[in-house]
Design a protein around this ligand. Structure first.
Ligand code: F0G
Length: 452
């Protein structure tokens, strides 16, 4: 079947500093006056809506596009192009990202003390993580701006996604990852998609420092989440979620926090949906971090959000092993504006939550499971009420870190660590593979035993 040409009708956008509000050139990341991060705004939006259409017209248009064969309409990001920056239709790189499912998780609801619980699974994107929704916009912008090279520092998912979109768009890509601190499956993706992949003997924050120098000296376009086009693409998860909830805002959205761009993007989307009249109240957006990688939690608790407290990050949830998050000010603003909160969870709590999500036949990677672990705490504290509607954002697919899952079930995730004795409580959830002779009776005996 011949693919129709992609047509776009985006809003005119402008880059502005989140600190001083000054405008910036389209391919910058930080304000040249005060060095704060930039964000994309749409000065043309008014009471008539985005790209000249009001909320009602947009809701209908976006839903209708689900039946279309136009490649842009089949993308769960470009389907919402009226709220995205202008990109030349011929330059768009899409792998049919977005359009991810919402699942109900009754078992997890019960263990968290909730009547009902939902998860929006961003791990169901083409490369297995939420990064694809942002990457389609930022990689397309790179192509439009004429860059031949793109690059990122990553804990594994950004690099997998960037490598895929670069390959699809005919761009070269450079990946810097911390040596030995990301999952093999993520590393294998960027190799397979053809990126030049460097394992640096440092952590994620060290990779960022090196890359920031590289992009200043070479004509390479940075695709880390300080890139404001990434944030625009990642916004669409919130539009899609609200569409799936018939434009009724849930009471709470719970997001894992690493470099803090995703929580920023979801908050920006909610702010814009309110401005455009899609919703009348904002959901509370709360960010959960691993206790060993908790700079935002410490920043809020110890300085009231005045000053970032960077930490030396350490967690088995390697995707969020980040101590110096670039987008902390954006995330802080979202938490304040939506009256959300922050919480931190232990390694054992993450492992339990991940197993519970897996036991629902859904699964996710460890970094995503912090959302359920955090929710349990927020319910206990009374911040989330059992009758409220809650959506967890699951950011990565279960197969992103199969090593973690295997170690968990074999019982050696915490072997020879200070948590070894505490990890005894995981036993009831562990299902180690059973090695048997090829004997029918042996298998039937096992079945009978499992029935009892
Ligand atoms: N969940 C997963 C699975 C991630 O890969 C990341 C970030 C996050 C949550 C946190 O999102 O940084 O926007 O707060 N991964 C990045 C990477 C840093 O390089 O793949 P955030």
């Amino acid at each position: 079947m011949a693919e129709q040409a992609i047509q776009t009708c985006n809003s005119v956008s402008q880059l502005r500093c989140i600190g001083c509000g000054k405008t910036a050139l389209a391919d910058r990341f930080r304000c040249e006056h005060c060095h704060d991060l930039l964000e994309i705004l749409y000065p043309g939006w008014d009471e008539h809506g985005a790209a000249g259409r009001d909320a009602r017209a947009l809701k209908t248009l976006w839903t209708e596009r689900r039946l279309s064969f136009n490649p842009a309409d089949q993308s769960g990001v470009w389907r919402f192009r009226e709220i995205l920056p202008e990109i030349d239709a011929q330059k768009i790189i899409t792998i049919k990202e977005g359009n991810t499912p919402v699942y109900e998780l009754p078992g997890c609801a019960k263990s968290a003390g909730m009547d009902q619980l939902f998860a929006k699974h961003q791990g169901m994107n083409p490369t297995g993580s939420f990064k694809d929704t942002g990457m389609t916009v930022a990689a397309s912008f790179a192509r439009q701006a004429g860059y031949r090279w793109v690059a990122c520092a990553s804990t594994g998912n950004t690099s997998a996604s960037m490598a895929a979109y670069a390959a699809r768009g005919g761009l070269h890509s450079l990946v810097l990852i911390p040596d030995g601190k990301i999952s093999w499956s993520k590393l294998s993706q960027s190799l397979d998609y053809g990126a030049i992949t460097c394992q640096l003997k440092t952590d994620f924050d060290g990779c960022v420092r090196v890359l920031n120098e590289v992009v200043q000296r070479m004509p390479v376009y940075l695709l880390n989440s300080v890139n404001p086009y990434r944030v625009e693409g990642q916004k669409t998860v919130a539009f899609e979620l609200l569409e799936q909830f018939r434009w009724e805002s849930p009471d709470h959205i719970i997001v894992p926090g690493g470099n803090l761009a995703n929580s920023s993007a979801i908050g920006k989307a909610m702010r814009e949906m309110k401005q455009l009249g899609f919703i009348s109240r904002l959901p509370k957006i709360s960010v959960i971090q691993a206790a060993g990688a908790n700079p935002l939690v410490r920043t809020i608790r110890e300085t009231g959000g005045e000053k970032l407290i960077p930490v030396q990050a350490e967690t088995m949830a390697t995707a969020i092993r980040i101590g110096n998050p670039a987008s902390w000010k954006k995330a802080l603003r979202v938490i304040r504006e939506t009256e959300g909160t922050v919480e931190q969870v232990s390694e054992i709590e993450i492992a339990i939550a991940k197993a519970e999500i897996g036991a629902e036949g859904i699964g996710c990677e460890p970094a995503s499971a912090v959302t359920l672990a955090g929710l349990k705490k927020l319910v206990k504290q009374g911040f989330v009420k059992p009758q409220e509607s809650v959506v967890l954002i699951l950011t990565g697919h279960a197969l992103k870190d199969a090593d973690f899952t295997l170690k968990f079930h074999r019982g050696d995730l915490f072997a020879e660590t200070p948590l070894e004795s505490e990890s005894e409580i995981l036993k009831s959830q562990q299902r180690a593979p059973l090695v048997l002779e090829p004997n029918v009776d042996a298998v039937i005996d096992l079945l009978r035993a499992a029935e009892d």
